[in-house]
Design a protein. Structure first.
Length: 640
């Protein structure tokens, strides 16, 4: 018999455990409570009821605090909003009935909660919770209102006895049950804050209210049984903590969206450059002074007032070559009081290492630098509106804070001070010019401009294959000294860029890439295709650019076709007299291209600014395919 009774007891315990909310997952709870949820068929003013409940419980819990502390402190003066509202009294009484006089048990609390949810199945989730809380508020608030007035009002005293109020409010009872009353009251306050959450959190709010009702019943009946509240308190506080974090996050997102909107409007509405700068960098923070690289001192941001400002925006990975690009701009404007340059370092999270790196870089820059202790306020705007991608960019602002170029860095790198004042209007003017060789390449290799003035033909060449470079140098030298060339008074010069200093080479390819970026959004013309071809040869084994008298490009081709054209001079030299060197070279080269056609491979670094989604191949009419590649661009020295 004892074995049978023991087995029966175990089975009952197992059955109870299956419905114990403390052993159930949120998914299991959701499965049960959704079976009792029909939808929002019932129209109900949840906000008005919640306002009433909030007012009621806020004042009730204050009365409890006074009783526990033995004080008579008044509630901080607030004007309670009392909405015009028809109370769903019958529904509230039904809920109160479900909660009343139940023995303390987590399983029973779970069943009671499911019963309440079933009665409220036609209500929204927040309405279910508010109605349950309202039913609890009726009982809880009436109890403590009677406790407050039982000494001065005979009717209150009589009703208080019927409600067993004196059981808890006598001094001896308060002493005995003080901790239990405080626990109930604190949990009421926490539940009130959680009540606006949905589904599973609403379940925990309701079951907590049910358990609170049971606990109060146990206290007022002086029952030896006790409804344990600690685990509900833990659950409610976890939910409340998540809710507070979510509210904080929502407020941050709202603030960020509002700031983004304000900044966007600011750049569209003429104002004062200094005000725009303050909002972009500091927003609500106190504006910090700028570091002046020329004087090595801190200066107030008012130095930007009514000035044209160039914002140099970069990470702390900016290179010496990139800084030197802007040095020429500084040298040309430093005597003017109308233009200023400000470096804005973009760092998402500052560290000691970044601090040291920043100090090193700012000393190399003679212009102003933002010295801010944290990430700048407008980082997201710079990233999304100006398409910042860690590579240096230059935003040109007028004295009224109007953007005159969202990224003039490539314009400056390609054309130098010739592109001053670096606006989009100036870029369009330059883009209409056909002489890009003298402007871009001549800026890096001054000898090129000398040869152009002397009306010479120039072979500019390079590549990754040293043997090809050596052989091509011999071929060009032989071509330049050929009797047919000298008799026709044709002067040929050549320059191999691979023999130059690596920093010069980086400037060369950086200039070509920048030129491509400045032209990539305009209608495709001969110059754009030439630049695109040139850029596609960056990683070729060999390539060459033939420049004619007057700096126009004759041919831009990869090593094989150019070599075959030079080596095949005997086949086309007969047309020199009739066509001249440039057209003769071009014609023969085109024949070779036609029989050995290959399309270009274009590799562009992740430059800041907007690049087009499609680019036409410079060698055929098709759209080029897009690939993503990752490449380490650090030097060859590896530190361990």
């Amino acid at each position: 018999m004892s074995i049978i009774m023991s087995s029966t007891k175990c089975l009952l315990q197992d059955a109870e455990n299956e419905q114990n909310p403390l052993t159930m997952t949120d998914d299991q709870i959701l499965e049960e409570i959704y079976s009792n949820h029909v939808g929002s068929d019932t129209k109900f003013d949840v906000d008005s009821l919640f306002t009433l409940v909030e007012n009621t419980l806020r004042r009730s819990t204050h009365i409890v605090d006074n009783f526990v502390q033995g004080s008579h402190a008044s509630l901080e003066h607030t004007d309670d909003k009392i909405p015009q509202f028809d109370s769903p009294l019958c529904t509230l009484k039904q809920i109160s009935f479900e909660m009343s006089c139940k023995p303390p048990s987590d399983v029973i609390a779970h069943k009671t909660t499911l019963a309440i949810l079933n009665n409220l199945k036609n209500y929204e989730w927040n309405a279910k919770a508010v109605l349950t809380l309202a039913a609890f508020a009726l009982e809880y608030s009436e109890f403590w209102l009677l406790a407050q007035y039982q000494q001065s009002d005979p009717l209150a005293k009589s009703v208080a006895i019927l409600k067993r109020v004196p059981v808890l409010t006598r001094q001896a009872a308060l002493q005995k049950y003080r901790q239990a009353i405080v626990e109930v009251n604190d949990l009421v306050k926490a539940t009130l804050q959680v009540i606006e959450q949905i589904s599973v959190d609403v379940y925990w709010a309701i079951i907590t209210i049910v358990s609170l009702t049971t606990r109060i019943d146990c206290l007022t009946t002086e029952s030896e049984q006790k409804q344990e509240l600690s685990h509900y308190g833990q659950k409610i506080n976890i939910i409340l903590s998540k809710l507070k974090k979510q509210i904080t996050l929502c407020r941050q997102q709202i603030d960020a969206a509002e700031y983004y909107r304000k900044l966007r409007k600011l750049f569209q509405t003429p104002t004062e450059i200094m005000e725009v700068f303050k909002i972009l960098i500091f927003n609500k923070d106190v504006p910090q002074p700028l570091y002046c690289g020329a004087t090595k001192t801190m200066v107030d941001i008012t130095v930007l007032k009514r000035k044209h400002v160039y914002l140099l925006i970069s990470s702390l990975d900016i290179t010496e070559e990139e800084i030197s690009v802007f040095q020429t701009v500084y040298d040309s404007i430093k005597t003017s009081d109308q233009y200023e340059i400000v470096w804005i370092p973009i760092v998402e999270e500052w560290t000691v290492e970044y601090d040291n790196k920043f100090e090193d870089f700012k000393c190399k820059m003679p212009w102003y630098a933002v010295q801010h202790s944290g990430p700048i306020a407008g980082y997201q705007y710079i990233k999304e509106e100006w398409h910042y991608k860690s590579k240096p960019m230059v935003v040109v602002l007028s004295p009224q804070g109007k953007v005159q170029h969202s990224n003039a860095f490539h314009l400056i790198q390609a054309h130098g001070t010739r592109a001053f004042p670096f606006t989009t209007v100036k870029q369009e003017q330059i883009n209409n010019e056909t002489d890009w060789v003298g402007s871009v390449i001549g800026n890096i290799y001054p000898i090129i401009n000398t040869w152009i003035k002397e009306k010479k033909y120039i072979f500019l060449y390079g590549g990754k294959d040293k043997e090809w470079i050596q052989q091509f140098t011999k071929n060009v030298s032989a071509l330049a000294s050929d009797a047919a060339i000298t008799e026709a008074n044709i002067s040929i010069e050549w320059l191999c860029v691979e023999k130059e200093d690596r920093s010069v080479m980086r400037r060369f390819w950086g200039g070509i890439e920048s030129l491509f970026v400045t032209k990539v959004h305009k209608a495709v013309d001969a110059v754009t295709l030439e630049v695109q071809k040139m850029l596609s040869y960056k990683n070729e084994a060999g390539w060459s650019l033939l420049i004619s008298e007057g700096s126009s490009v004759v041919v831009c081709g990869h090593g094989k076709t150019i070599t075959d054209t030079v080596e095949g001079f005997q086949n086309w030299k007969g047309s020199l007299t009739k066509k001249g060197f440039g057209l003769s070279f071009q014609g023969y080269h085109q024949k070779i291209v036609d029989i050995t056609h290959r399309c270009s491979y274009l590799e562009i670094s992740n430059v800041s600014g907007r690049l087009p989604e499609t680019i036409k191949c410079p060698d055929c009419p098709r759209i080029m395919e897009i690939f993503v590649s990752y490449k380490c661009c650090h030097n060859n020295t590896i530190h361990y």
